[in-house]
Design a protein around this ligand. Structure first.
Ligand SMILES: [Zn+2]
Ligand SMILES: [Zn+2]
Length: 187
């Protein structure tokens, strides 16, 4: 069994501190801290007053963006489903594109978002994005997802921005965010 899974099981059994866990596995505290940090980032545990606890279901706010904390509008939502079933939500493609950099790509099972026009669920990795246009449905600089390039291009004609693939959209977003100021691209 993976050590992290084992840790979750032990916490369920009543283990409460990193020290207890380190002793159990006969590994350094540093190693346990690293595991705990991962588990915390995955939203599976919380640390409270020095005690480790499993996160209760109701504490997992699935309706909040992992990047900016905004409520997630289902129409724009961007969801990463990690191996093991844990979901990470972003409010829109803007935050979704930023979020992926903080996730281990190998651990992502699927990434889902919706086509901006049809609202159909689409594979986010295979989608087309209009990045940096003047239409900003949620966060700026805006990124809007589409199932096909044609629709994305039509949208970009009206609102500006570049039509790019997922990976290029991540890079482009990084570029636009440099200096932390809002960048508008007009055509
Ligand atoms: Zn967000
Ligand atoms: Zn957003």
């Amino acid at each position: 069994m993976d050590r992290k899974e084992e840790i979750l099981r032990l916490i369920e059994e009543g283990y409460r501190t990193a020290k207890e866990l380190a002793r159990h596995f006969n590994v350094s505290l540093m190693t346990i801290y690293r595991d705990l940090k991962d588990l915390e980032e995955e939203g599976l545990i919380v640390r409270r007053h020095g005690n480790i606890e499993l996160k209760k279901d109701q504490e997992i706010r699935e309706d909040t963006c992992a990047v900016c904390g905004k409520d997630v509008d289902l129409r724009l939502a961007f969801i990463y489903i990690l191996k093991g079933g844990k979901k990470v939500h972003a409010c829109c493609a803007h935050c979704g594109l930023i979020l992926v950099k903080g996730l281990d790509r190998d651990r992502i099972e699927v990434a889902l978002t919706r086509d901006f026009i049809t609202c159909n669920p689409i594979n986010a990795f295979g989608a087309f994005y209009v990045v940096g246009g003047s239409a900003s449905p949620c966060c700026s600089p805006s990124a809007v997802a589409f199932a096909d390039r044609e629709t994305a291009e039509k949208f970009a004609k009206g609102f500006g921005g570049d039509v790019v693939s997922f990976d290029d959209a991540v890079l482009k977003m990084e570029d636009l965010m440099k200096g932390g100021q809002r960048v508008d691209i007009t055509i």
